[in-house]
Write a protein that binds this ligand. Structure first.
Ligand code: PMP
Length: 426
């Protein structure tokens, strides 16, 4: 039990605590989690446990309270919890950078460690603009992205999120103005590829880079698209002197069935953002990787440094657990585990296809999505999932899951049943 009586804790939460995308404090009734272990969250109200069908927003791929990850934090804690990264360095950060370079698409060689996914996108945009500025082309300062995307909640990332009906519509007019292509269709269509080529060519003079979520557009709509579009982007960007950024913050570290979604297409971006699952969800850390071409461009400028340096950059605890999480992932047959979850979700979610009000069911890797024909009743859908013993976070017209990779077959079936129940009642 928490030290505070549950009623007091909830009252204080209501009065003082702002939750993600929450209304003003005082109008939400969150569930209180007492502890988390394996794939389960234990609730403080004594009602039992919930399987985390969300992996704490894509991050807890190894589940909770994992002995190897616990030990990585504990071991590092005894040595050094944090030191500034300016002018100092340390083994956990260097070892993590080396691991990231080794497993990322060939050619990404330089690693900037950030403290969140949004900041890693900020840094990516900054790198691209500064690259062109340093090469005497400051007019190349806009980003091209496709609609339906989501890249984070800070300023530059918000500007490349879908501006229509998306989470950041409120800020249109205040945000930097970017160039938008239509959202990519699921299957490859030459006409859409031409649309991308045409837009990149038309705007090349003012474009610093194209930024996209490869293969899966996450929080902007949980849509999947053909990896072939990534090759189209690579070719068009190369042809017109535009950099290419992949935001792999949600897709990275195996979630789609490839280590990085870029690997489905065999494409190396100029800049790549990773986060979320990088630390196994233990601590907040993300990273922006870039090629030598991008880094060299920046170093040749009038200001030859990337002017970004968060206080908690390279945090040794986060770096240590990220290294351990990557080793844990690579040390097991993770493609088979992700495939197993994919098969379980496919089987379990098939039932949803016949439900009234369901527009589409889609599964890719360890991601399952049920899209409704109407906006979901978030409360009713969440309640239905909780009744089935599963934590989900439906939004817009979507009920979706991305469970931890350690979720057993019976638990995957339970998650799928909960998604179906949420689709029925939401
Ligand atoms: N990009 C993508 C694709 C994401 O899914 C997210 C998080 N939902 C972000 C960026 C932002 O990451 P963070 O929440 O760690 O700032």
């Amino acid at each position: 039990m928490p030290d505070l009586p549950l009623g007091d804790l909830l009252e204080l939460d209501r009065r003082h605590v702002w939750h993600p995308y929450g209304p003003m404090p005082g109008r939400q009734e969150p569930l209180v989690v007492e502890s988390a272990s394996g794939v389960r969250l234990r609730l403080a109200d004594g009602s039992g446990e919930l399987i985390d069908g969300m992996s704490s927003w894509w991050s807890a791929i190894h589940g909770y309270n994992h002995p190897v990850l616990n030990e990585a934090v504990r071991g590092q804690l005894g040595r050094m919890s944090h030191v500034m990264f300016g002018g100092l360095t340390h083994e956990p950060a260097v070892a993590l950078a080396k691991r990231l370079v080794d497993i990322s698409p060939e050619g990404l060689e330089h690693v900037f460690l950030t403290d969140s996914g949004s900041v890693s996108v900020e840094v990516a945009v900054k790198m691209c603009l500064q690259h062109w500025r340093s090469l005497g082309r400051p007019e190349k300062r806009r980003m091209l992205t496709w609609r339906g995307g989501y890249h984070g909640d800070t300023w530059q990332p918000m500007s490349v999120c879908d501006p229509k009906g998306g989470m950041h519509e409120l800020w249109q007019g205040a945000l930097p103005v970017q160039v938008f292509a239509d959202a990519p269709p699921a299957a490859y269509e030459e006409a859409y590829a031409d649309h991308l080529r045409e837009l990149i060519e038309r705007h090349a003079g003012e474009l610093a880079a194209v930024i996209v979520e490869p293969v899966v557009q996450g929080a902007g709509g949980m849509r999947f698209h053909s990896p072939a579009y990534l090759r189209v982007l690579r070719e068009a960007c190369d042809a017109h002197d535009v950099l290419l950024v992949f935001d792999e913050i949600a897709t990275g570290f195996g979630r789609t069935g490839a280590l990085f979604a870029a690997d489905h297409a065999g494409v190396t971006p100029d800049v790549m953002c990773v986060g979320k699952a990088m630390t196994g969800g233990y601590l907040t850390m993300a990273a922006t990787l870039c090629t030598s071409r991008v880094a060299d461009g920046i170093s040749r400028g009038e200001v030859p440094v990337l002017a970004h340096g968060p206080t908690f950059m390279g945090n040794p605890l986060a770096a240590a657990v990220a290294g351990a999480s990557i080793d844990l992932l690579l040390g097991q047959d993770w493609p088979t585990e992700v495939k197993r979850i994919e098969t379980g979700l496919r089987e379990g979610l098939a039932e949803a296809e016949a439900l009234p009000g369901v527009r589409e069911v889609r599964v890719l890797g360890a991601i399952g999505v049920v899209q409704l024909e109407h906006p979901v009743d978030m409360e009713a859908a969440t309640r239905a999932a909780v009744r089935e013993g599963v934590w989900l976070r439906p939004f817009r017209d979507l009920i979706y899951t991305m469970p931890p990779f350690i979720t057993g077959d019976d638990d995957v079936a339970q998650v799928a049943r909960a998604v179906c129940a949420a689709a029925r009642e939401g």
